[in-house]
Ligand binder design. Structure first.
Ligand code: PLP
Length: 399
């Protein structure tokens, strides 16, 4: 058996393969330079152009560009009147920002365990968590696989709740023929550097509701009645009024310069993602120490393939997931963990009394998942080296 690189053996690759590499081309570079030379660096015509493009892409009425997705979750909750004393139902298998944004409006996150076939919120377990204080459901389209939105929307209708989708992974996700973005009351996307499309940092809130769009837009610009762009371009001098104690959360044109071109490529690059996912699935299918996260193909639906995740059957191994992650890094393969269960993070244990055993499916995967590199410019050799490294490390630790 080959000696592991972590024990001083030769790594599978000579050079480090990062977990993610953004895909920025000449178009993005030229657009950013054009913006830098235009004399207008903050929110102006390019942000507005990108918002229009994004709304069209998601087949939704409004898109509001924001500084990042976390700001968008915060504003969505405020605009939809979720606040102190309210409860928001969400998943513990997510990034901290999902639950943090609930806490930051003074509401309480109420977790519902995940469905092992998708790692999305188990919609069959939502109803039992609804109380008089429940105000919203905040599902996350985990790794780009759409949640069961029909179930969520019908529960929300029945109990008078709002639906805010954390769509950070879901640019290009389709649920039963509909793009994610216009299904719930508001959806929030992320353009962080490692997401399917990026503006470095960035986010977008989409909604079909005129009032929600207007309120989010105003809140994102200090609560001012008219945004700076309109104030300076409209003829004659105009004052603004402060309508709400708003935030400085709006997107600016340097971000939008990247976004305009990233969005144009996203569907084409999805094909590369799918090809890589298929190679990985074929390579790990018969490996007894690994379970694949099943992708349930649903008529008319599409996964954005943001992440490629395997679950390690640690019962069959002499190593923890973290030991395997370290060993893979030593083989020169960058890996990630999406996610460690949010309810077991120190703040959530301390403030809400969460403990082990409350969400067993989440906890099971929280200890076993590992994300492998998945980005459109991976070559066949890169993908081959990831497969070889996983097989090498997992075989070594087989019990
Ligand atoms: C990336 C991410 C966010 C936060 O996005 P930012 O744009 O970095 O603020 C929120 N939720 C999930 C599930 C994410 O993956």
């Amino acid at each position: 058996m080959d000696k592991l690189a972590i024990d001083g053996g030769k790594p599978v690759r000579d050079t480090f393969l990062p977990f993610h590499r953004p895909n920025i081309g000449k178009e993005e570079e030229d657009e950013v330079i054009d913006t830098l030379r235009s004399g207008w660096l903050t929110k102006a015509s390019k942000t507005i152009e990108f918002e229009k493009m994004f709304a069209d892409y998601c087949e939704v009425k409004h898109a509001v560009g924001l500084i990042n997705c976390t700001a968008g979750l915060h504003l969505a909750l405020i605009a939809l009147n979720v606040g102190k004393g309210d409860e928001v139902i969400t998943t513990p298998m997510t990034f901290a920002a999902t639950a943090n944004s609930i806490v930051n409006v003074g509401a309480t996150p109420v977790f519902v365990d995940i469905d092992p076939t998708t790692l999305n919120i188990d919609t069959g377990k939502i109803e039992e968590k609804i109380t008089e204080r429940t105000k919203a459901i905040l599902p996350v389209h985990f790794s780009g696989q759409p949640c069961e939105m029909d179930d969520i929307v019908s529960l929300a209708k029945e109990y008078g709740l709002v639906v805010i989708e954390d769509a950070a992974h879901a640019v290009g996700t389709i649920y039963k023929g509909r793009k994610v973005g216009g299904i719930g009351d508001a959806s929030v996307f992320s353009f962080y550097a490692n997401k399917n499309m990026t503006t470095g940092e960035g986010g977008m809130l989409t909604t079909n509701n005129d009032e929600t769009a207007e309120k989010v837009s105003i809140l994102s610009l200090h609560g001012l009645s008219a945004d700076a762009w309109k104030r300076f371009y409209v003829k004659g001098f105009k004052h603004y009024d402060v309508l709400y104690p708003g935030y400085n959360y709006h997107m600016f044109d340097i971000q939008a310069s990247l976004g305009i071109h990233q969005l144009k490529k996203v569907d084409k690059l999805w094909e590369n993602r799918k090809r890589i996912v298929d190679i990985y699935n074929g390579s790990f299918e018969e490996f007894p120490e690994i379970s694949l996260i099943p992708q349930i193909p649903r008529e008319g639906s599409r996964n954005s393939y943001y992440l490629y995740i395997i679950a390690l059957r640690i019962e069959k191994l002499r190593a923890t997931r973290d030991m395997i992650a370290s060993a893979l890094q030593a083989e020169n393969i960058g890996v990630g963990v999406h996610y460690k269960a949010v309810h077991l993070q120190p703040y959530y244990r301390r403030s809400f009394g969460f403990e082990e055993g409350q969400f067993p499916t989440t906890e099971y995967y929280s200890e076993r998942v590992i994300s492998l590199p998945l980005f459109p410019t991976l070559t066949d050799d890169d993908v081959g080296s990831v497969v070889s490294a996983v097989k090498k490390v997992v075989s070594f630790y087989k019990s």
